[in-house]
Design a protein around this ligand. Sequence first.
Ligand code: ZN
Length: 444
Amino acid sequence: MTAVYQLIPGVQSYEWGILGSEKNNAVANYAEATPALNFQRDDATPYAELWMGTHPTLPSYVIAKEPHEALSSVISAQPSLLGESVVKKYGAHNERCALPFLFKVLGIAKALSIQAHPNKQLAEKLHTEKPNLYKDDNHKPEMAIAIQHFTGFCGFRPVHEIANFLATVPELASVVHVDGALRELLQDAASRQASAWRGTDTAGAKDTVHDALQRVFALLMRADAQVYEHAVAELAQRYTDALQHNASIEVSRATAELVVRLNKQYPRDVGVLCTFFLNVVHLEPGEALYLGADEPHAYIDGTILECMAASDNVVRAGLTPKVRDVDVLVDMLTYQSARAAEQLLRPVKWDGEQGNATTELYDPPIDEFSVLLTTLGRSDVHSDQRAIQGPSIVLIVHGSGSLHAQNKDTDVKAGAVFFVGADTPIRFATKNDMKVARAFLEIV
Ligand SMILES: [Zn+2]
C-alpha cells in the first residue's frame, strides 16, 4: 500500500505578503517547485502563505493520480495512513479535516493583526455563544520556526519595561491613565517579578503581575477611539521627526522605528501602542516561537514555517480593521510576562534518527503537532528516520537530494511537499546540501 505521496500545496495571496518580484520570496519559490500547481508568478502580487494539509479552505492534492485527488479523500479511503492511535483520538475523518494540524510557510512584509487564540474550553463557549465570530470549537496553538530572519510580538514585556513606558511616553500616558493606586500596583508587580526572577520570594508574584497587567492593558483596549487615534498620530509624528533629526527621545531607536513603521501600515491603530506592552522577538533561521492559548502575539515581518491546530478562532487586539472583541480579549489573556529571550521554544536533538545528519525536534506542549528540522550538510549525508506512529508532512526547505521510502527513490528539491503515512520509515540523502522540515503528529 502506498504511504508516501507528493503533494500539490496551495498558495494564498494576502496584502501583507511578500511581492513576487522579491527574489528571496520563499512562498513563490516553493510554489514554483511543483509544476502541477500551475503557479504563475506575478511581480506585483503579494504571496503570503503556502498551505500543506487538508484544511477545506485550501486543501492539498496528491500528484500521483489524474485527476488529482484531494489528500483528505486519499486518507479517508485509507485511514491507516493516520495510524491507529491518531484515528482513535481524532477520528478517521472529523468534519473539519482529516489532519488535526495544518502546516504552512508564511512570507510577511506587513504586520498581521495582534491576536490571541482561545483555549479549548473557551473556544467551545465562544462557538456556542457567538458562532458567527467563532466558527469552530477548537483551540489553535501555533508554532513558528524562522527560515529567514523574522520579527514578531510575543507575550507581555517585563512589568518594569511597561511601567517605564507608561511613565515616560506622554502620548501613551494620555490614553492609559495610571492613577496613584495603579502606579503603586505596577511598582509592586515589578519588584515582585524581579525577586521572583532572582529566585527569592516567588509567592504572589504571578497574581500581582496578572492583576497589574490586566488593568493597564484593559485601559488601552477600552480607550476611546478618538483619544487613541489622536495619540498614535502625534506619537508617530514626533518619533518620525526625532529619527530624522537624530534628536534624543525617551525610547530606543528600534522602538521608535517600529512605532513609525506600524503607524504607516495601520495609521492611528490602537495596536501601534501595543509596542509598549508586548515583547519584540527577533528570530534567526532555526529559532522558534510557541504561541500557546491566550497569549497575545503578532507576526511583524520575515519568513517562517508555521504549524497550527485546525481552527480559525482568533480574538484580535489591534493592527486590524476587523472586529476587536475587547471584553473576551481582556478577560482571556494569561498576562504572563517574561523577557523576550524566554519566549523562544528551544529544539532538542531528535532520537529517532540514524545516519550522519542532524535532526532537531521542536516539541510544543500540546498534542496536535511537532516539527522535525533535518540539516544534511555538504558532504555525502543521509538521515534514516524511524517510522512515526502518525501522519506527517514533509517540505524540502533548502537544497536538493533524494527521499527513499517503501523501496522507492524520489529526487527532491526545495519546495517539494510530501505526505508520509503512519508507520513508514523514510530516508533523506544528499551529496551537497539540504534542509528538510517534517511536521507530524504522534501520540505517545
Ligand atoms: Zn496567531
